[in-house]
Write a protein that binds this ligand. Structure first.
Ligand code: TXA
Ligand code: MG
Length: 345
């Protein structure tokens, strides 16, 4: 039982070695990546992997991503290398693209939640790559937050969430992308995006003209292809409503909600160029800057947890480019609470 969790600077290579030692001996360490912080364990050690699920309170049917430091390491984890793999790895690795392929027997079944496929990614973060290399094994890592909460993009977020549950958080600074990787299934005939993320649909389409966005059918609801997508996620404590539509319309709507609210208990997440002066308005980048919105989103959602509020209204970007991933996370954070103003001219 850990009493106090320590943040270790990754600038000292001794700290990276100490974290690798913990992972090698079956423990957990929070690690930085370019997308979000991950909760890492040796992906080849089923007991270590089991403790990830306990620490996060994660459902056992939700598989983990195995992180590697060299694209060649894929060969030791999969039963076949899909034809498109090389072009994708050359273009997007290291980077925010997770590839789902057929597993071999090396990876324990609790990593893949019983599936015959394994999700693999090579992160674009110097510290993560050095740590994985020093471990000498693939590192299984979900986002380092309790299940259902916004993902952590700073070491301090992980400390807030997991203090007392793990020994070390390896501090690699703020995550620059800010939303998770794109999960792309290349194990079948047609490549399918199971989760939008840091690599966009158009970027993938340039390499894979037949790539599809996977749409879950109702009959599959109980057994979705990317199990993680069925859970409410990324959610602040107060209920959030996603407001969809042109920013001038959504801003107008939100302004009227906050101004008509008695006792100042309503809050809003807004684009900086549409925000108005109000103590409960938090901004997350301008309406035309998806990179900034992605980078700020989880930090902004976390700020609401420290405010004395009972509801949140959020301006959601359109689903172009990186906006697809941002809108996906915001809708999940809102559960089924949405106001659709897209047809308002
Ligand atoms: O950017 C990221 O992907 C971060 C950093 C830490 O790398 N990790 C992350 O992990 O977001 P997690 O566990 O929060 O999300 C992994 C997603 C889930 O939606 C899960 O269902 C899906 O990947 N996944 C994992 N293995 C899969 C598989 N074999 N088939 C389909 N989906 C899979
Ligand atoms: Mg997650």
């Amino acid at each position: 039982m850990v009493v106090k969790t320590k943040i270790l600077s990754s600038k000292d290579s001794e700290n990276i070695r100490a974290c690798a030692d913990i992972i090698k001996s079956g423990g957990l360490v929070a690690i930085p990546t370019e997308t979000v912080y991950g909760l890492g364990a040796n992906a080849l050690d089923a007991r270590a992997v089991a403790s990830i699920f306990v620490t996060k309170g994660r459902e056992s049917d939700n598989p983990l991503i195995a992180h590697i430091a060299d694209a060649d390491d894929v060969k030791s984890l999969v039963s076949e290398i899909p034809e498109v793999f090389e072009a994708l790895a050359n273009k997007f690795w290291p980077g925010p693209l997770t590839l789902v392929m057929k597993k071999n027997d090396t990876i324990p079944y609790n990593v893949t939640a019983g599936l015959d496929t394994v999700a693999i990614r090579m992160p674009n973060h110097k510290v993560a790559l050095e740590l994985i290399k020093t471990c000498g094994c693939p590192v299984a890592a979900p986002s380092a937050n309790p299940s259902g909460k916004p993902s952590p993009t700073k070491a301090e977020h992980v400390l807030y969430d997991l203090d007392g549950k793990i020994s070390y958080i390896l501090d690699g600074g703020e995550c620059c992308v800010g939303v998770e990787s794109t999960v792309l299934d290349i194990s079948g005939e047609t490549p399918q995006i199971l989760r939008p993320g840091g690599v966009t649909f158009d970027e993938l389409k340039a390499i894979l003209p037949n790539v599809k966005i996977y749409m879950q059918s109702e009959t599959e609801e109980l057994k979705p292809r990317s199990p993680g997508m069925k859970y409410r996620h990324y959610a602040p404590k107060a209920p959030m409503t996603a407001i969809l539509g042109k920013p001038e319309k959504t801003a107008e709507y939100i302004k009227s909600c906050l101004c008509n609210c008695k006792g100042n208990k309503s809050a809003a997440l807004m684009f900086s160029d549409y925000a108005f002066d109000h103590p409960n308005v938090i901004t997350f980048g301008s309406s035309d800057n998806y990179e900034m919105q992605a980078n700020r989103l989880y930090d902004a959602l976390r700020m609401f947890d420290d405010m004395d509020i009972t509801e949140i209204y959020a301006q959601v970007p359109d689903e172009q480019g990186l906006g697809h991933a941002i809108a996906n996370r915001m809708k999940k954070a809102a559960g089924d609470r949405a106001v659709d103003l897209t047809s308002v001219l």
